[in-house]
Design a protein around this ligand. Sequence first.
Ligand code: NAD
Ligand code: G6P
Ligand code: MN
Length: 443
Amino acid sequence: MKERFSIVIAGGGSTYTPEIILMLLDNLDKLPLRAIKLYDNDEERQNKVAKACEILVKEKDSSIDFIATTDPETAYTDVDFCLAHIRVGQLPMRELDEKIPLKYGVVGQETCGPGGIAYGMRSIAGVLENIEYMEKYSPNCWMLNYSNPAAIVAEACRRIKPNARVINICDMPIGMEHNTAEILGFKSRKEMDIRYFGLNHFGWWTSIKDKEGNEHIHRLIGHQLKYGNCAVNDDPSKYSDNSWQETARKVKDLVQIDPTMTPSSYLQYYLYPDDMVAHSDPNYTRANQVIDGREKRVFTECKRIEEKGTAKDTSLEIGIHAEFIVDLATALAYNTHERMLLIVENNGAIENFPADAMVEIPCIVGKDGYEALSIGKIPTFQKGLMEQQVAVEKLVVDAWQEGSYNKLWQALTLSKIVPSANVAKKILDDFIEVNKGYWPELK
Ligand code: NAD
Ligand code: G6P
Ligand code: MN
């Protein structure tokens, strides 16, 4: 067993990098580190955070090596874990993913519907490239991949890199469970044993038990039918911005459709796309909010730290949403057998669902990877929605592998959010124009 681990963060220039580093530094007793490296293919962008990250690391523990590099060999040599959060095309392409569908009155969202499909077509090659570096330079390394759109990326990994040491994961369920713990009066989400099934950004909680085995889901659903995921006296300042508060509120509408389980808030885009479009500004989308908000805030603070030469008084905060990263790495390193929600091949876990679908379900994580828990049969409503969505995700990867225009048109047409093949084609043709150089050429 290694005593101290070496980590590379792929997509080092991400706005999430500093808060993830703070989270790692806060957990050195659980997961001791000897090196933290940043890797990005955009040096200028990575440099906006790298110096501040180095200061954070050195002020906490000067014995931890720190490197920021754009050289894959330097980045991936001698590493135990790769935390991958790349965004191929960066935020300006996210803006187009969101704005093009909205032009045609269709939901514009980075992972759901047409926006997610366009982003998937860009992301696959970037993630595969990083897996290849990892396999070449550190074959025993584990990649914890949360690069979006996670469902499509996971399907591409399943097909193209079936034996790679990659675990696909999302922070959304953790965020929702924090919230649930608060609503139900638990001190932490770790006091709850949950059951959940679905796809990434497309799932349902079916049970929330305390450690004595008492069921609390009905109490949660009762609350959600009145308030959604908001607290009774909700404090708007707990949300990074008001679109997340609206999302929490919208759970009230989602849970009406099937009040036997608790939905992921991302289902709002599939089940109430009309409301989502009505509340969108086609000229100022979530990408603009992130560019003017999180990106500006993080880069400005990193610059301040760099100029001052110290982070002692920093406003940067530990990314609570990043705690799953430490839990997952710890489970792999120390064989903790912690139960976590991962995106894995179904293989019979959901009994009445295709074996080769990538599903999001609870898994036990240990040093050899994960073992999925058995879910049993799922109801017709959820099954129907999931089958349609899995087909979309598979068609995107088909289109990427085959360079097929028709497969991508089919994917867009099948997406529950898109009203017709006509609209799908218009969106597709616009996407092709702006994604030149990112997408494979489609014939
Ligand atoms: P960002 O644009 O701020 O940063 C991403 C970085 O990735 C950029 O610096 C970019 O240059 C770099 N990059 C792009 N292609 C690369 C490649 N091939 N190799 C190495 N680096 C590359 O993005 P962000 O808003 O911080 O988000 C980062 C990613 O994490 C996105 O995919 C986002 O959707 C995802 N994310 C996922 C979850 C989850 O729960 N699954 C949570 C948060 C963020
Ligand atoms: C949640 C999701 C992520 C997504 C993020 C977007 O955390 O799980 O998959 O990347 O939200 O947040 P943003 O603030 O960039 O819109
Ligand atoms: Mn996610």
